[in-house]
Design a protein around this ligand. Structure first.
Ligand code: GRF
Length: 203
């Protein structure tokens, strides 16, 4: 089961996948790591682990569509069964998404459909929510809006700030992502554009 990871940031979710595969907890292989940020932690981590790493900066392309096309052609080249967006901070255009329909997931740090987009931890606190969490969902053209595969929940504590929330949520995100990829790798989950199936049943 070949995974392509798409990331812009430090790469801790990528690290969680690498660790799970190394420990034999996830029967999959990372076919490549792809980024819009050549100096990202995710790209450095991929290189450290000898994984194919490809970064294409938007600056080097004339338009969003041209950048998408360049990066997603590279992704297609490693023939992934699944693309995992783990902190990829760009909106992916429809043409690129269509090439990988029903083969792409994203991890997002909120209990979707609450708080799509940025600054989720601060928004949870500002709203006074009693709980926070993270979601894994199928990617569709609308931002952070695809059908849900799985969520993890966390109680908000009295003294929490955005940093402490994000720090406590992160290990849960990692476990959620590994568990989600495991279900996909085992063929137990199928992604559809309007729903997700687990063991043949609609979630
Ligand atoms: C995670 O919080 C993920 O949910 C969000 O971006 C962050 C990426 O972190 N979409 P990392 O680069 O995997 O450490």
């Amino acid at each position: 089961f070949r995974i392509a990871v798409l990331a812009s940031g430090r790469g801790s979710n990528l690290q969680a996948l690498i660790d799970a595969i190394g420990a034999g907890r996830l029967d999959a292989r990372i076919a490549g790591v792809f980024s819009d940020k050549p100096d990202s932690g995710a790209i450095a981590l991929a290189r450290q682990h000898g994984l194919p790493a490809v970064a294409r900066s938007p600056r080097d392309h004339a338009s969003r569509a041209a950048h998408d096309e360049a990066l997603f052609s590279e992704i297609e080249g490693v023939q992934p069964d699944l693309i995992v967006c783990a902190g990829y901070m760009r909106i992916i255009g429809e043409a690129a998404l269509r090439r990988f329909e029903e083969r792409m997931i994203n991890i997002h740090p909120s209990l979707l459909p609450k708080y799509p987009g940025l600054d989720t931890h601060a928004r949870v606190l500002a709203a006074g929510d009693p709980e926070h969490g993270a979601s894994v969902h199928a990617v569709i053209p609308a931002l952070d809006a695809g059908p849900l595969l799985a969520q993890t929940r966390l109680s908000v504590a009295a003294g929490d700030d955005a940093q402490s929330l994000s720090r406590r949520l992160l290990p849960r995100e990692h476990a959620l992502l590994v568990a989600s990829v495991d279900l996909l790798a085992r063929g137990r989950v199928r992604l559809r554009s309007d729903h997700v199936e687990l063991d043949g049943r609609r979630l």
